[in-house]
Design a protein around this ligand. Structure first.
Ligand code: AGP
Length: 613
């Protein structure tokens, strides 16, 4: 999950590449590097630093360098720890070839073995192998293109790389297999990046490299070809985007800003879906008749997106009466697959770039199945590759911990379940309108309850729970996947070990963990039967001196009394309970991490966009 950037053109490139990297730092922040050819004599100059981009910037301030052609990188470590040696760019022995890479070269061990003895390796990375191999191939082949094709034939795995070759100082060499890479076309200049947001504001003309292709770019030309060497036509897209990400609107962290943006984001998402009318069907790539005939739904995703789908399973089964499965993309790919012709596969991903989700989508597509992408990024690979798509309108999400992307996914899926129910004549147009209204109401509840509880969380509760070493999250029915999401939120930003369980499973093992020191978060449900079961679970915990923090609905006094701390929520439409509780849950996790003075927007070891398997 690294990011790569490159530039060739009439301007000095250091500042614009560093700016591009700062926009892409969400993809990894273990180390960073930059290389360029000097504008005077094409001499290679470079700087690499472990740690955040800011450390590379400091290095570049101390050792100024610039040129009209350059490459840059931010790293999420896959091979080797975060050291200066392992930071990109990597070089061949003579430092003729500089390379930045996002992905994993799966056969790097074998390749390294073949090259050992003739080449000197200085890093633990898979990428350095490519630099040495390419240098050897350049010596064997007459043209850069032929050497590049030979390289593509030798390496296996996922990669998007940009190569700078001192001997061709007017061009950058690009190759892509399964990892994203695009080219921005400017006036007398070309940009290359993992994500076009790196050059937003400079150009909106973008060529997304198709999978398994290479390109050679000069300041005013692009040669695109497949791995057999066939030249390909350029499909230039006008991408309408702006870089707004750096702004925090006065908040200390992006995560807090994004927590507060959720009401607006849910409104934007629901309003845009409601305004689609019949264009909904062309967007998702189905006719109305096909949508009525869907016999089952399968959602595929990872992390928070998978949790959103687990919640949405209740929507599709209860409201639209469609049997629904929710699959973890990383597991699904290695399990037996039984395609059903009238089934619909929905890949769900905030970024639209998650490698496991993309690979799962490709697998399903290869079986001839209908696919839809649900994502927050219109220009993402998932949108380009799926049969149809639906967008959430959360706006750019910068913090690694997903907040508004989660709530808009849940809202969009609730809307879609109702829309399919309307099409199947299970609900009336009036009920559809009521469902949209319920979403606006719950968005308000989400926001109001943060306001209601923020003082006690900031002043008392965050301090009380920040130094706990573990936490348990319990729910039942639709509040169980929400409990898993809450556990993920707390663990990823506070590093407190947090585990979500179905409350009914407590006595089958997890009860052994209950003691007076371990906070147990319990998420209630409005259904009277499920509520009673949750009360029984709370009593079991209290009987063992457990400590309960309950998220309850108005009138649920019994559970409230059992709790050591309770957050009370207004009643909302059935199945929208998780959305009502979302704001307080996220705000609580945020404040605990803040109390611990942790890097909330960029937690250790993580990255926003997980583009390696
Ligand atoms: C969420 O807080 C996480 N950072 C993570 O689980 C994320 O949801 C997951 O990596 C999937 O990302 P995607 O939605 O972009 O596919």
């Amino acid at each position: 999950m690294c990011s790569v950037v490159g530039y060739v053109g009439n301007a000095y490139c250091k500042d614009l590449l560093v700016e591009g990297l700062s926009r892409l730092e969400y993809r990894g922040y273990d180390s960073a590097g930059f290389a360029c050819l000097s504008a005077d004599d094409n001499r290679l100059m470079y700087a690499k630093s472990p740690g955040r981009l800011i450390q590379l910037k400091e290095l570049l301030d101390k050792n100024p360098m610039d040129g009209f052609i350059g490459i840059g990188h931010t790293r999420w470590s896959t091979h080797g720890t975060s050291t200066q040696e392992n930071a990109h760019p990597h070089f061949d022995c003579k430092k003729r070839i500089s390379i930045v890479h996002n992905g994993i070269i799966e056969n790097h061990h074998t390749l390294r073995g073949d090259l050992l003895g003739k080449h000197l390796f200085v890093s633990d990375t898979d990428t350095e192998v490519v630099a040495h191999l390419f240098e050897s191939l350049c010596a064997q082949y007459a043209t850069c293109k032929d050497a590049l094709l030979a390289l593509a034939a030798r390496i296996e795995g996922a990669y998007a790389f940009i190569i700078l070759d001192n001997e061709s100082p007017d061009q950058l060499i690009l190759a892509r297999h399964r990892s994203p890479l695009c080219i921005g076309i400017g006036e007398g200049q070309m940009y290359a990046a993992s994500d076009p947001i790196a050059f937003a504001g400079k150009t909106n003309k973008v060529v997304f490299l198709p999978d398994a292709t290479c390109a050679i770019i000069k300041k005013d030309s692009i040669e695109l070809f497949d791995f057999k060497g066939n030249f390909l036509p350029l499909e230039v897209k006008t991408v309408d985007f702006a870089w707004l990400g750096a702004e925090k609107d006065g908040h200390e962290h992006h995560m807090l800003k994004e927590i507060y943006e959720q009401k607006r984001a849910i409104h934007a998402t629901v309003s845009s879906l409601a305004a689609m009318g019949d264009t909904l069907w062309s967007s998702i790539g189905l006719t109305k008749e096909q949508s009525r005939a869907i016999t089952s739904l399968s959602f595929i995703g990872c992390g928070t997106s998978w949790h959103a789908a687990r919640i949405a399973q209740f929507f599709f089964e209860k409201i639209a009466r469609i049997p629904t499965r929710v699959l973890l993309a990383s597991e699904f790919r290695y399990m037996p697959f039984f395609p059903e012709q009238k089934s619909m596969y929905v890949a769900i991903s905030q970024s639209g770039e998650t490698a496991d989700t993309l690979e799962a989508l490709r697998l399903v597509k290869d079986m001839g199945m209908a696919t839809i992408a649900l994502t927050n990024v219109a220009s993402s690979t998932l949108v380009r590759e799926a049969g149809g798509f639906l967008l959430t309108h959360a706006g750019q999400e910068m913090a690694v911990a997903s907040t508004k992307a989660f709530s808009t996914q849940v809202a969009a899926l609730y809307w879609l379940a109702n829309r399919l129910a309307l099409e199947k004549e299970i609900i009336t147009p009036e009920q559809m309108q009521a469902a949209e209204h319920d979403l606006f109401v719950v968005a308000q509840v989400l926001e109001d309850t943060i306001e209601l509880y923020k003082h006690i969380i900031v002043e008392t509760l965050a301090k009380r729970y920040a130094h706990k070493t573990k936490a348990i999250f319990l729910g039942r029915h639709i509040s169980y996947p929400f409990a898993m999401e809450a556990a993920l939120k707390l663990k990823e930003i506070s590093y407190i070990f947090s585990q979500g369980y179905p409350a009914g499973e407590l006595k089958h093992g997890p009860l052994a963990l209950v003691d007076a020191e371990t906070p147990i978060f319990l998420f209630s449900h409005q259904d009277p039967l499920i509520y009673q079961k949750l009360v029984a679970n709370a009593q079991e915990v209290k009987a063992r001196s457990g400590h309960i923090i309950a998220f309850v609905f108005e009138g649920q006094d019994e559970l409230c009394k059992l709790a050591d701390q309770a957050f009370v929520f207004p009643r909302v439409a059935p199945l929208l309970e998780p959305l009502a509780m979302t704001g307080v849950m996220q705000f609580f996790a945020y404040q605990v991490a803040k109390e611990l003075e942790l890097p909330i927007d960029k937690p250790r070891n993580l990255a926003k966009s997980v583009t390696v398997e």
